[in-house]
Write a protein that binds this ligand. Structure first.
Ligand code: ARG
Length: 465
């Protein structure tokens, strides 16, 4: 960051007699963090210049000069030649000042009929729109990785848990598809949020609109906005779209965090259900045997900052009167941080999921351990016309007995079973197998392999739309 000497020039300096305090200059500036929006600032300025030429406020030659100048600045920034100046406060004034340096007085005409208030709101929307699309791409990559893994694990049996206690046998692919579903809703929320991002504030000027004969529909079309913000006061002060995005990002992170928690548990020696590829784990500096699931741990940890950003944004807005207030400069870091974090987390998960290896034997053994077919035994009794509550009682007693005998239900003899209900016959053993239990849940949303196969096919179709 060069704090180049521009003679203390401020585009707004006309009514001031004393220069800005040096620390205040640094304190009020945003260029250190808003320069990342340079491409969108330039994109917005070019569209504004074209619009001004269209309505006759600028000549075509003036607009062309401005646009060429902005293109040069874009190239200078990309090649690292551009010197950002804190005394020029923000990305907007840095670029505008450079434009005037490059093309002379014509550069000063760019800001006609515009304010930084509608400019910054426009930049934020353009920037976020692109990032939403990128996040959507990463989300789909992760969903694809889940579908690919699920496809290989349709017949893999694991214990389904409630209260983290063994509950009923499920297909591992069914479990993976639960994560897929969460991400599917996240994708839909992202799309919906994009609709409200995709609206043009430019034209609101400082707060009340402008006296120039502007054509907002033209600017909107140039920038690919589907609508214009319909109230100028709201246009410059609304940050709902950032709050909304931060919520969507928070929920994505919450989902990834739950996902992380399970991967971490499953990779522990106590479970040993899965292993994560070495490329996604790290070791310990003191314990040579360690292989730690750092990626999911870190993603679980990063969830905290994204949720913090959501609360920051809600709090930032709660006391603001209309219209623009400098408070709004504080919207950038929570937004940028959430974007960076959610994008990186999705990306690393999409890369990591294919490295997961599955220990099918351990999953199966764990399913055998926890009386996971007890409900199936109850359902068997119900089919033999015992009321469900009575069946529940019978099976409870059978489980208690089996625990005492250190046996699974399927290991009890028919005679032992008959102690609890004499309607139990030889065919009971068919329902006590974990495969039978899984296959029996054969309806949409159930864990029967046939259903899981169809769920995967539906999932593939959803993400290709
Ligand atoms: N850097 C400012 C921001 O991020 C740009 C808008 C400044 N507007 C103003 N009236 N001071 O919000």
């Amino acid at each position: 960051m060069a704090n180049e000497d521009n003679g203390g020039y401020k585009p707004w300096g006309g009514r001031f007699t004393a220069p800005t305090d040096a620390f205040v200059e640094l304190f009020t500036s945003s260029v250190l963090f808003d320069q990342r929006m340079y491409a969108h600032d330039i994109q917005g300025s070019k569209a504004h210049a074209r619009m001004l030429a269209k309505v006759g406020v600028l000549t075509q030659a003036e607009a062309d000069q401005i646009i060429n100048g902005l293109d040069e600045i874009h190239a200078d920034i990309e090649s690292g030649k551009f010197e950002w100046s804190v005394s020029l406060e923000d990305v907007h004034m840095n670029i505008e000042a450079r434009l005037t340096q490059k093309i002379g007085d014509v550069g000063k005409k760019l800001h006609t009929g515009r304010s930084r208030n509608d400019q910054v709101a426009t930049d934020m929307r353009l920037y976020l729109r692109d990032e939403i699309d990128e996040i959507g791409t990463q989300l789909t990559r992760l969903q694809t990785a889940l579908l690919d893994l699920a496809e290989k694990e349709i017949d893999t049996i694991m214990p389904g848990f409630t209260h983290l206690q063994v509950a009923q046998p499920v297909s591992f692919a069914h479990h993976l598809m639960a994560w897929f579903e969460m991400l599917q809703r996240d994708g839909a929320r992202l799309k919906d949020c994009r609709v409200r991002v995709n609206s043009l504030p430019l034209g609101a000027a400082a707060l009340a609109g402008t006296s120039y004969p502007i054509d907002r529909a033209f600017t909107a079309k140039e920038l690919g906005f589907e609508a214009v913000c319909e109230n100028s006061l709201d246009a410059v002060s609304d940050r709902d779209f950032i709050i909304e995005f931060n919520f969507v990002a928070s929920l994505i992170m919450t989902h990834l965090s739950r996902f992380s928690e399970e991967l971490i548990i499953w990779m522990s020696q106590q479970f040993s259900f899965i292993d994560i590829g070495d490329a996604f784990c790290t070791g310990s500096s003191i314990m040579p045997q360690k292989k730690n699931p750092d990626v999911p741990e870190l993603v679980r940890g990063k969830t905290a900052r994204v949720q913090g950003n959501l609360v920051s944004m809600l709090t930032l807005m709660k006391g603001q009167p209309l219209a623009y207030n400098k408070d709004n400069q504080e919207d950038k870091e929570p937004l940028f941080d959430s974007i960076d974090t959610v994008k990186a987390s999705l990306r690393v998960f999409a890369d990591m999921v294919p490295s997961i290896t599955v220990n099918r034997d351990n999953m199966r053994a764990a399913t055998m351990k926890g009386f996971s077919t007890a409900t199936d035994l109850a359902d068997y009794l119900v089919r033999k016309s015992l009321p469900f509550r009575d069946a529940h009682e019978v099976v409870g007693k059978a489980v208690k007995y089996a625990i005492e005998q250190k046996k699974d239900l399927a290991e009890l003899s028919l005679d032992e079973m008959k102690q609890f209900s004499d309607i139990i016959e030889q065919d009971v053993f068919g329902v006590l197998t974990i495969e039978g239990s899984m296959k029996a849940r054969n309806h949409i949303g159930g864990t029967a392999p046939e259903q899981v196969k169809q769920a995967i096919a539906r999932g593939r179709k959803h993400i290709s739309n």
